[in-house]
Design a binder for this molecule. Structure first.
Ligand code: ZN
Length: 311
């Protein structure tokens, strides 16, 4: 039996998993992400955690196929990061550095959203598929595009950055990336809350949303489940932006399945028709068979996909 490690680096914790190469998650744990001093401790901490785990489990170097890593930034095919928003890293040769720390062990790295998509294809909602788009609706909108079983990385590691497709040329507010009208401004958890606040200002329609001091995506979809008319309008607007963007993407990637994940997807199956209907309204006829499913691996998608990177 051979083993590998899947590592998912986040801004506050590093999630780690020990897998068999046939996809069994043996053990998972977390360590703190120490982002101070330019994040200099992050990779040494990971390598120490891996050596400790090998010792604890009685694993030898030859039992380990390698280590895959998901990173919250664009990562190019050589495993190089040019900048990160929340790890403290600037330019960093992640694969080279971590492999050296691990005594020459094989290391692979990818963008976290891309890696999560790979995880869902390997062990989750996209199991058995080879052409898949995953969209992760969290604080932002992340994405992963898999074509013929391979992650679309691109020249800068920015392949699959679905959140920054321009879906509204008339938007005046800025996205976190500096552009205006990005999908993320309408389809992320924060985007949905923003749509709700804008809608509430439009008139004084009666809605349970007004009973909440802080509106978030959960509040909106809970109200949708109670058939609240205004909440349904907000969900429809969110779904139009996301569904139409996915229809445009589908003519490029031609996915058999689109997986929706991230915190917003916790709303459950109620979410799907809001996205699926506008998708079908705009999708090219050859893409009409595309199925929509919810992600199933939740927080484990990152470590699963990271492990798959190395196999
Ligand atoms: Zn943007």
């Amino acid at each position: 039996m051979k083993y590998c490690f899947g590592v998912d680096i986040g801004g506050t914790t590093v999630k780690m998993g020990l897998f068999t190469t046939v996809g069994e998650l043996i053990h998972k744990w977390e360590i703190k992400t120490r982002t101070e001093n330019g994040g200099e401790a992050i990779l040494p901490d990971i390598s120490r955690a891996i050596f400790d785990k090998m010792k604890e489990r009685g694993l030898e170097r030859e039992d380990i196929v390698g280590v895959g890593v998901g990173i919250p930034a664009p990562v190019n095919a050589e495993g190089i990061v040019k900048n990160t928003a929340n790890l403290g890293w600037g330019y960093k040769e992640v694969v080279k550095e971590l492999s050296e720390l691990l005594g020459g062990m094989k290391v692979a790295a990818g963008n976290d959203a891309n890696v999560a998509a790979l995880g869902e294809m390997w062990l989750g909602a996209g199991h058995g598929e080879k052409n898949m788009i995953m969209v992760t609706l969290g604080t932002g909108v992340g994405g992963g595009v898999i074509v013929d079983g391979k992650i679309l990385i691109g020249a800068n590691g920015a392949g699959g950055e679905i959140g920054h497709i321009c879906v509204n040329y008339n938007e005046e507010d800025c996205c976190g990336c500096g552009n205006k009208g990005c999908l993320e401004q309408y389809a992320s958890a924060t985007g949905i809350a923003r749509l709700a606040r804008i809608r509430l200002k439009k008139n004084d329609d009666l809605t349970v949303l007004r009973e909440h001091k802080f509106i978030n995506a959960k509040v909106v979809f809970d109200a949708v489940k109670e058939n609240d008319k205004v909440a349904i309008e907000v969900a429809e607007e969110f779904g139009r932006y996301l569904g139409h963007a996915l229809a445009n993407l589908a003519v490029v990637a031609d996915p058999s399945v689109i997986v929706i994940g991230g915190g917003v997807s916790k709303a459950g199956e109620v979410l799907i028709p809001f996205v699926e209907k506008p998708f079908h309204e705009k999708a090219f006829f050859a893409n009409q068979e595309t199925r929509f499913v919810l992600a199933t691996l939740e927080n484990d998608a990152g470590i699963c996909g990271a492990a798959k990177l190395i196999i």
